[in-house]
Design a protein around this ligand. Structure first.
Ligand code: NAD
Length: 365
């Protein structure tokens, strides 16, 4: 059976890593009917929107997409296509495994934890009031009336909503991930000592879900600053970490730094009905067309997609093939070499070729 999957190649370096990923995932022997859908800057020029309805319609049909990164030009007037897609399909759970592979240069010996980041709420909700605007001044007056708190009139304001509904489902998603992948512990991160009614709610509701619904899985919590300290001093103590949106964003990049960089950090955005698999990194536009950047993050995202589709055997074979190539350290991109200008570094396509060769060697005769 061939799986119907939407493939969004993205822009910048997106098409190069997408092509590498397509070739590698097809080499597992799992069959796909790709529905190719362009989105991003080039589409904006041709179709007047960076995210045409056809892209959303395709994912509603296929239910699963894999996606290269898409640029959000600063000051262009259009909001992030990545954020818009997650909202349109209600992909509330962002899942990012942080795993250190042998052969990668890192300050750490062993790292293997998973970040589950809430995708819609918190300071990312987009509720913003510009400094000096009529609405900002109205809000400042209203807050003074309601709470007596004085906010300086020359302030810009961003609102941080965290709901019971949003917290319940992201914490459940973290526990379901732990159950599905045999993980033993969930840690909830927050700053409830300072933000009692937003992060405090996240902690209170999360603790209730843990106790009432998942007593068989260990649960604890950490204040976010302490979590950052401990992640880099005792990473082996962490397994699954569930965080509100902004902390999840920051800790994702911290995690990528612990395992060799953004070129190695995969991800998935999952909702109740649809899923999009994409790397943590952006479109790295300065490397566009150079066949240079590391395709591993998107290829590992495709490993997550294979698990999601129930193709766990192919997923394991592909992950092992990637791990072998990285361990050997020969046919890898510049970011995995001892120095960035190492002349033995291979390109994006050749890295994919090396993974395909390992996959072919591992297939039983
Ligand atoms: P970026 O992740 O694109 O790149 C930052 C740097 O990280 C690069 O210059 C490069 O040195 C390194 N890097 C990233 N990916 C790499 C890889 N696969 N292999 C080797 N090195 C890699 O971040 P940025 O420059 O801040 O963002 C560029 C654009 O991407 C922005 O428009 C941003 O909005 C967008 N973006 C998109 C997504 C997404 O599509 N989900 C995510 C983040 C950023």
């Amino acid at each position: 059976m061939a799986y119907d999957v939407t493939f969004i190649p993205g822009d910048g370096t997106g098409p190069e890593i997408s092509e590498a990923t397509r070739r590698v995932i097809e080499a597992t022997g799992v069959e796909f009917n790709w529905d190719w859908q362009d989105a991003g800057i080039d589409v904006y020029e041709a179709e007047g929107t960076p995210l045409p309805d056809r892209v959303i319609e395709s994912i509603k049909q296929t239910k699963v997409a894999i996606k290269g990164p898409i640029t959000t030009p600063v000051g262009s007037g259009f909001r992030s296509v990545n954020v818009a897609l997650r909202k349109a399909l209600d992909l509330y759970s962002c899942q990012r495994p942080i795993k250190l592979y042998d052969g990668v240069r890192s300050h750490f010996d062993a790292v293997d934890y998973v970040i589950i980041r809430e995708n819609h709420e918190d300071l990312y909700a987009g509720i913003e009031f510009e400094e000096g605007s009529e609405d900002a001044l109205k809000l400042i007056e209203a807050i003074k009336d309601i709470s007596g708190t004085e906010i300086r009139h020359d302030s810009g304001i961003s609102i941080k909503p965290i709901s019971i509904f949003g917290t319940e489902r992201i914490v459940r998603s973290a526990f379901e991930y732990a159950k599905k992948h045999g993980r033993k512990k969930v840690t909830l991160a927050h700053k409830s000592n300072i933000m009692k009614f937003s992060d405090g709610l996240f902690l209170r509701v999360g603790t209730r879900i843990a106790q009432e619904e998942y007593p068989e899985i260990e649960f604890d919590d950490r204040i976010i600053d302490n979590l950052c300290n401990q992640l880099v001093s005792r990473p082996e103590e962490y397994d699954v970490i569930v965080l509100p949106n902004l902390y999840g964003d920051i800790v994702s990049d911290l995690g990528a730094g612990m395992i060799g960089g953004l070129g190695l950090a995969p991800g998935a955005n999952i909702g109740d009905d649809y899923a999009i698999f994409e790397a943590t990194h952006g479109s790295a536009p300065k490397y566009k067309g150079l066949n240079k950047i590391n395709p591993t993050a998107l290829i590992l995202s495709s490993v997550m997609m294979l698990h999601h589709l129930g193709e766990s055997d192919a997923a394991t074979r592909l992950e092992n093939a990637i791990a072998d190539v990285i361990r050997e350290g020969k046919d890898v991109t510049y970011d995995l070499k001892p120095t960035r200008d190492d002349p033995t570094a291979v390109g994006t396509a050749e890295f994919a070729d090396a993974i395909i060769a390992k996959l072919q060697a591992s297939v039983p005769a």
